[in-house]
Ligand binder design. Structure first.
Ligand code: AVJ
Length: 322
């Protein structure tokens, strides 16, 4: 085994600068909003892992089952020797792909990319022990910003799973896909996991579970602002709201101020007022229809190879070629 590499394109100082800019822009906008990437400090990441095991949260287990059934076909169709994963987190589902590439005899290299350096280091330590014959090359970075700096080695398949592409609004989403296409060489592959439009009675509880874990996850962004920007949000004065937007076909998570209040962010020298009942959007999670997935990939210059869906058509995996 070669020594695992770790490229750092995003330092704590970069993240701090980005958080300050996002908080200032989002809290002074009308209506107020915050980007979902700030959910994921250590507590937020742990809450997300808890969400993936909730009975109402079908996406993770559905995508895992889909991968179980399709990973060998994906490995065969891709012909890749290098698996790159964007937003790799704990790399839990990735093992299904790594095992399939290993069975196909083609796996040489795994490149996990994540914004969280501790999460990446932990995942890489476990992977190094489990896959001693695979070269590991980790990248700490933001998948919307650092695609041009992905390691170029090998014949790559880039995986972007979990439906996370749905957290991007349409215009940054199109920009992301174009940047990814530009970062790949002709014939390299992209494996995209998307949530599909399904019954709102299934969708809404997935984002508003009975145990209240998603509510805690949503409010966690206020704990992050309190700590990182010395803000004084009364976190318990915000209620969790998940609604299905029929026109946009996306879930919107919001935080609803339960009373009028004034919040100061000392680090930004900023004071903002919330009216009683005021709603702030903290996450959009777009769901797609298969023709729409194919169209957005084609629009970015990819050629769709194949899609796999579960029997209930709630999630899709789509393999496309650059
Ligand atoms: C990170 C995209 C998988 O949008 O479903 C889970 C995040 N938010 N519950 C999603 C999330 C609320 C999640 N992904």
């Amino acid at each position: 085994m070669t020594v695992p590499l770790l490229d750092i394109h995003l330092t704590d100082a970069d993240a701090e600068t980005a958080l300050r800019a996002d908080a200032r822009a989002g809290l002074t906008a009308v209506p107020k909003h915050l980007p979902p990437k700030w959910f994921y400090d250590a507590r937020g990441s742990a809450l997300f892992e808890e969400i993936t095991a909730l009975p109402e949260y079908y996406p993770t287990r559905t995508e895992r089952a889909l991968l179980e059934g399709s990973a060998d076909a994906i490995a065969a169709a891709s012909g890749a020797d290098t698996l790159v994963e964007l937003g790799s987190g704990s790399s839990a589902k990735t093992r299904l792909l790594l095992d399939a590439f290993r069975r196909a005899g083609t796996l040489r290299r795994y490149v996990p990319q994540d914004v969280s350096e501790p999460a990446l280091r932990e995942a890489m330590a476990a992977l190094a022990a489990e896959y001693p014959d695979v070269d590991l090359h980790g990248v700490v970075g933001d998948f919307t910003a650092h695609l041009d700096r992905l390691p170029p080695h090998g014949r790559r398949m880039v995986a972007f799973l979990g439906g996370t592409i749905g957290n991007l609004l349409p215009s940054p989403r199109a920009e992301f896909l174009r940047a990814l296409r530009a970062a790949l060489r002709p014939g390299e592959q992209f494996l995209l996991g998307t949530g599909l439009v399904t019954d709102p009675e299934v969708l809404v509880p997935a984002y508003d579970d009975a145990a209240g874990v998603t509510a805690e996850f949503n409010r966690n962004v206020l704990h992050v602002l309190n700590r990182e920007l010395r803000a004084d949000f009364d976190v318990d004065a915000f209620a969790h709201l998940a609604r299905w937007d029929t026109a946009h076909e996306w879930i919107e998570m919001r935080l609803v101020a339960q009373r009028a209040m004034t919040v100061t962010l000392a680090e930004l020298e900023l004071t903002v007022a919330f009216a009683a009942g005021e709603e702030m959007c903290t996450e959009v999670s777009a769901k797609f229809r298969l023709p729409g997935v194919r169209a957005m990939l084609a629009e970015a210059g990819f050629a769709v190879v194949h899609s796999w869906t579960d029997a209930d058509e709630r999630m899709a995996l789509t393999l496309a070629s650059a």
